[in-house]
Design a binder for this molecule. Structure first.
Ligand code: PMT
Length: 403
């Protein structure tokens, strides 16, 4: 898979830098071309001579070569690479990447890279666990950066925990997968709904739910990462899609979400309905703020359109529709009923009874149930990984629908 691929490897200051030398050897053995950027600090952990010898290319550290004034163009490096891998990625570099800081060649190259970017964090367990590091990683993930999770084990500090950079063989495996998955959905059009809807009561109040959009946005990134063109119909959330293949349409209400989905459904190959759509909306919306009274107040609610069910009625042959079922009890039975009622090809069940699953968490645990009888039970994972599993399953459905 790596034959002929151009990998730009950046190394930061970490004891795990020695593993990067092994990584270069593995990449070269697989037929990839490797160029290496090192930070000043990285040079204290492994010599540029070692890295230059292994990669068969001069090492890039500064914006220019002080000896002869030769300019190391971060723009052309970013254009040259098929993948920009930062391994090991220190807490300092991850925070700077998340903050858009551009004070060394590694960072300016990141900001101008057009290719997929992956990071393999390496640090002490407390640094890794720190909310600042986790916030940087979340932000980078949202922007489409692939994070190669560190492993657990003995750390340079002597402590035991999560923070060790993954072994070179595992990094190679994940890089291989990134290339393999890259274009499997090229030319496919996908519609995804994400986030909550808001149903206004008056100019200052609305009915909504706890959906953060994390699951739907992870799906959008995963589809786009495999080359699909994604229309992301999103309720109000505080996330931003990172991949330029994602076109976002912002909506507030269920009716607006339905209109956006229906008017974009032409030529769509896949629809994944992940939004938590309010089933009811106030019958009338007060034009000015409803004043507090001493007496009880009744809000008359009317049903919203069921977007998934409407799509189920009009979908063309060969189009795959996948819904979600958020349940609190009788989970499998309820999900199966929704699968049938909404004419879906598959439904992704998540239960609020599972700790760490459903609304707002970074993780989810899902069971995929298909109309042809498959029941695929998953374990608790990060939403990005769950999204990737769902996309794998959709690819399988696409193959079946072709046969
Ligand atoms: O956004 P996060 O914080 O990451 O949380 C993710 C999630 C919990 C919102 C997500 O994983 C999820 O379960 N989404 C569906 C929530 C939901 O509304 O489930 P439901 O069982 O009520 O709806 C069943 C299906 O019909 C869903 O695909 C839903 O999008 C769709 N639907 C529901 C009502 C409606 N009026 N129109 C719809 O299209």
């Amino acid at each position: 898979m790596l034959k002929g691929k151009r990998i730009l490897l950046a190394v930061t200051g970490s004891i795990a830098a020695y593993k990067s030398a092994m990584l270069i050897r593995l990449f070269i053995k697989e037929g990839a071309e490797v160029r290496v950027i090192m930070t000043e600090m990285a040079k204290n952990f492994i010599t540029p001579l070692t890295m230059a010898t292994l990669s068969k290319n001069p090492i890039l550290v500064d914006f220019y070569n002080p000896e002869n004034g030769d300019w190391n163009s971060h723009v052309s490096l970013g254009l040259w690479a098929d993948l920009y891998l930062i391994a090991p990625a220190s807490a300092n570099t991850l925070s700077k990447m998340a903050g858009g800081i551009a004070d060394n060649l590694l960072l300016t190259t990141y900001l101008s890279a057009k290719c997929p970017v992956a990071v393999a964090p390496a640090m002490d367990l407390d640094m890794y666990r720190h909310p600042a590091t986790q916030a940087s990683l979340s932000l980078l993930r949202e922007r489409g950066v692939h994070v190669i999770e560190p492993a657990s084990g003995e750390l340079a500090s002597g402590l035991d925990g999560k923070g060790r950079m993954e072994e070179p063989e595992e990094i190679l495996h994940q890089v291989d997968e990134l290339f393999e998955r890259k274009a499997t959905l090229a030319g496919r059009k996908v519609i995804i709904t994400a986030g909550p809807t808001r149903e206004p009561i008056d100019p200052v109040r609305f009915i909504s739910n706890y959906s953060s959009g994390k699951m739907g946005y992870s799906l959008a990134e995963s589809f786009a990462g495999r080359g699909a063109d994604v229309v992301l119909v999103s309720g109000p959330v505080s996330l931003n899609p990172g991949n330029p293949r994602i076109r976002r349409i912002n909506v507030e209400t269920a009716v607006q979400m339905k209109d956006a989905v229906i008017s974009n459904v032409d030529n769509a190959d896949i629809a994944v309905l992940c939004a938590a759509v309010a089933d009811y909306a106030p019958e009338t919306v007060a034009s000015s703020k409803i004043k507090r009274k001493q007496s009880d107040m009744t809000l008359n609610l009317v049903p919203n359109p069921d977007i998934a069910a409407e799509l189920g009625k009009i979908k063309k042959k060969g189009m795959i529709t996948v819904g979600f079922a958020l349940e609190t009890d009788n989970e499998l039975e309820n999900a199966r009923q929704k699968l049938k009622r909404k004419n879906l090809d598959a439904i992704v069940l998540n239960s609020l009874k599972d700790e760490g699953a459903g609304f707002a968490h970074d993780t989810n645990r899902v069971t995929i149930i298909s109309s042809c009888g498959d029941v695929v039970e998953g374990v608790l994972k990060r939403k990005e990984e769950v999204a990737s599993d769902i996309v794998d399953y959709v690819e399988k459905l696409l193959l079946c629908s072709r046969d």
